[in-house]
Design a protein. Structure first.
Length: 150
């Protein structure tokens, strides 16, 4: 299982996702450009020493990312889907894709994803924090595929 972040903008969110990946055994793909400098101390502060326990792959573009992930299924988490992540059947080799905090992914990226799902929310709110969304998504995907650690 992999988590992919499309052009993330907030260093602290990336750090939190790196820690999540370390704790649950998921590698993290970062699709550039990022909205901050990679050596930003906020990344390391959020990830703490867990950053040494996660596989991180940086990709220069979405096209480079697509070429690198091979045949894995790309599952986009988006508020623009009507299909609940809790009704979706995950596979152990899925790549869970999350868009940038301010705008998600452009239509050109969404169109090439194999599936689009959403985390159900109350109608009066817009979205969850990126790291929170990734945690809910990864937890459900690992639960369904019986690949939770421990």
């Amino acid at each position: 299982m992999r988590i992919a972040l499309f052009e993330p903008e907030i260093a602290g969110n990336v750090g939190a996702v790196l820690r999540l990946g370390a704790c649950l055994g998921a590698s993290v793909d970062i699709i550039e450009p990022m909205g901050f400098v990679w050596d930003d101390r906020r990344v390391r502060r959020a990830a703490m020493d867990y950053i040494d326990h996660v596989t991180i792959t940086r990709h220069a573009s979405f096209d480079a990312f697509r070429a690198d992930i091979g045949p894995s299924r790309l599952v986009l988490f988006t508020t623009r889907s009507s299909h609940s992540a809790y009704e979706f059947g995950f596979r152990a080799d899925d790549v869970l894709l999350f868009g940038k905090e301010s705008a998600g992914v452009p239509p050109s990226v969404a169109d090439v994803c194999d599936a689009r799902v959403r985390i159900p929310l109350r109608p009066e709110v817009r979205s969850l924090n990126l790291a929170t969304s990734a945690a809910l998504a990864l937890g459900e995907a690992l639960r369904q595929t019986a690949t939770l650690p421990g």
